[in-house]
Design a protein around this ligand. Structure first.
Ligand SMILES: [Zn+2]
Length: 335
């Protein structure tokens, strides 16, 4: 049940651009980017257990990241990856449209887009969940890098924070956004298992830091939770090939951890992915304690409901300076 990427076999046919995430820091680049060519990826959905095929297509400037369910024909199959479409889900980030059509487990792909500075994509998917691959973002990064990025003729829109916004969900679960000149993420986690214990990390987002510090951190769960998830119809595709499984101070995975703090790095990866539901870049310091997807979406919805807490640098292109507004334009463009 090894996840695979369908382009692994065709690597020799793809080309490297100088303009790739590794050679440039796209987040410090003012211009929007999309993929230079479509890419296909297939793999198991960790919760559904289904084999899913996905095609990531280049998309025009100001399109945003938009999913399209190719297996749905009798109702609306389009789901923009923005906070308005995020709905509560226990263990992953789910987006869903008004017809109840959605996609689960988008967060690791969203993290890779955010980390690499990819603004616009149309993502065709033939099922309800993105492939889990190896549980990290490295296979996604490699695919995107091989495809290459194209600079577009419109400037990025950037949210800046004007005053602190905080959500506290109790039991030490809290997050806040405060003003900063770039995207900085401070995450701390606390788990009973001695292997994890207390871990924290400070991350500053750029494409090099993304690949060096976050991309290869895998998703994880406790062995005791696996049975409960299965009983709830979740984690049907979960295995030691796509998640770290922790039990009594050790991981069951052959080869062990990639870094001792792989757990907090993965939680930071999830935060980075969820932040991209803003539909644009953000300059802010995110401080998160015991984060999860419910906390992230709660924080972003709170931010959106606090108009005096943020400003959007809607710079537009030279020809239509400042024409962009959040979120009406983005939603209207896809509905
Ligand atoms: Zn994750």
């Amino acid at each position: 049940m090894n996840a695979h990427t369908s382009h692994d076999m065709t690597a020799q046919n793809t080309h490297e651009h100088d303009d790739t995430a590794n050679s440039n820091n796209h987040l410090n680049n003012d211009w929007q980017h999309t993929l230079a060519q479509p890419i296909e990826v297939g793999g198991i959905g960790v919760h559904s257990g289904r084999f899913i095929e996905v095609i990531l297509h280049p998309a025009p400037a100001d399109h945003g990241i938009v999913f399209e369910r190719s297996d749905v024909s009798d109702c609306d199959s389009i789901i923009p990856a923005t906070i308005e479409f995020a709905v509560p889900h226990d263990l992953c980030t789910r987006i869903e449209n008004k017809d109840g059509v959605g996609v689960n487990t988008i967060e690791h792909f969203m993290a890779a887009f955010h980390g690499m500075g990819i603004d616009n994509l149309r993502i065709e998917i033939d099922g309800p969940e993105m492939p889990i691959l190896d549980g990290s973002a490295t296979p996604i990064f490699n695919l995107l890098k091989r495809a290459g990025l194209t600079r577009q003729d419109k400037r990025r829109h950037v949210i800046t924070i004007l005053k602190e916004v905080e959500v506290d969900m109790g039991d030490g679960v809290m997050a806040k956004l405060s003003p900063a000149d770039s995207l900085e993420i401070d995450v701390s986690i606390q788990f009973d298992d001695q292997l994890i214990g207390q871990q924290s990390i400070s991350y500053t987002n750029n494409s090099q830091a993304f690949i060096d510090e976050l991309a290869d951190a895998r998703t994880f769960c406790m062995l005791r939770d696996v049975e409960a998830m299965r009983n709830s119809g979740l984690a049907r595709g979960g295995s030691l090939d796509n998640a770290l499984v922790v039990h009594n101070g050790a991981v069951l995975n052959e080869g062990g951890l990639r870094t001792t703090d792989e757990f907090v790095r993965h939680k930071t990866l999830d935060c980075l992915g969820d932040l991209f539901l803003l539909g644009m870049a953000i300059k802010a310091r995110l401080t998160a304690s015991k984060p999860g997807h419910a906390l992230s979406t709660n924080l972003l919805k709170t931010l959106m409901n606090t108009p005096d807490a943020f400003h959007i640098e809607g710079r537009g292109s030279a020809s239509d300076h400042g024409q962009w507004a959040y979120p009406e334009t983005a939603v209207a463009a896809h509905s």
